[in-house]
Write a protein that binds this ligand. Structure first.
Ligand SMILES: NC(=O)c1ccc[n+]([C@@H]2O[C@H](COP(=O)([O-])OP(=O)(O)OC[C@H]3O[C@@H](n4cnc5c(N)ncnc54)[C@H](O)[C@@H]3O)[C@@H](O)[C@H]2O)c1
Length: 245
């Protein structure tokens, strides 16, 4: 019987690449998104993960469809770029709900099934912004730092019951989330869009290149596989040397 995974934000970018990779590796995948892709990969499920019902419904649907749940990959996210003094308060609430509370709720609701799996894994797609800050991203940076604390706690509680919890912390990845950010960053920094990639986004990285979504999916597959057997409570950092400074 195939192992089963729940991947959020699976219609686009990194989540889509993770779902594709897991399907190719033989997993049953519930591909959860607020706007799911019609053409897969995985079994699509519509859910708004900023709500409790959305997270509960996603776990229930995975168990109903596959009868088991071996891995949860909280990945859905968005960015909001703004100075603190004008940072929209509703955007703050939504960022915390999606990037921090959803991984907590999914872990909470999936916990019994992950325990029954005997090899339960939670792999949160966090960010280098879980480890360091950048200006104009108060909500995102705060939520990503928070989820690193959640991963550590899940790892300590999960160790006794065969559940591991890890985070992947990429620098910039070539996805719609980043492409949409370039115009916002240009406005916030008062510079032309052409200069944003080199002077702002990639400035802190030693290696001046973005990751591809499939390369993040490789890291997730590694953590889920035998190589990740002792990886828990820690980040796997793919930041091109950002945090080496
Ligand atoms: N792109 C990067 O450079 C980068 C770097 C580090 C970390 N990340 C993280 O990777 C994750 C995925 O980002 P991406 O770049 O692939 O973004 P993306 O915009 O390509 O995909 C995000 C997906 O999340 C879904 N989503 C948004 N709100 C939702 C909600 N309320 N409920 C359910 N689904 C929702 C969207 O519909 C979309 O399909 C995010 O957590 C992001 O913070 C991205």
């Amino acid at each position: 019987m195939a192992e089963a995974a729940l991947v959020t934000g699976a219609a686009s970018g990194i989540g889509r690449a993770i779902a594709e990779r897991l399907v190719a590796d033989g997993w049953d995948v519930l591909a959860v998104d607020i706007a799911p892709a019609e053409d897969g990969p995985g079994d699509p499920l519509v859910a708004d993960l900023t709500t409790r019902e959305g997270n509960r419904g996603a776990v229930d649907a995975a168990l109903a469809r596959f009868g088991r749940l071996d891995a949860v990959i909280p990945n859905a996210g968005f960015q909001h770029v703004s100075p603190v003094e004008s940072f929209d308060e509703d955007r703050w609430d939504a960022l915390l709900a999606l990037l921090l509370t959803s991984p907590f709720l999914l872990s909470r609701y999936a916990w019994p099934a992950l325990r029954d799996s005997g090899n339960g894994r939670i792999v949160v797609v966090a960010s280098v912004h879980g480890l360091v800050a950048s200006p104009f991203k108060a909500g995102y940076v705060s939520a990503k730092h928070g989820v690193m604390g959640l991963v550590k706690t899940l790892a300590l509680e999960g160790a006794a019951v065969g559940i591991r919890a890890s985070a992947v912390c990429p620098g910039y990845v070539r996805t719609p989330l980043v492409e949409e950010q370039i115009a916002d960053q240009a406005r916030a920094h008062g510079m032309p869009e052409e200069r944003v990639l080199e002077d702002v986004l990639l400035a802190p990285q030693a290696l001046k290149r973005m990751l591809e979504p499939a390369e993040v999916a490789d890291a997730v597959a590694y953590l889920l596989g035998p190589g990740g057997v002792l990886h828990t409570g820690a980040p796997l950092v793919l930041d091109g040397g950002w945090t080496a400074r």
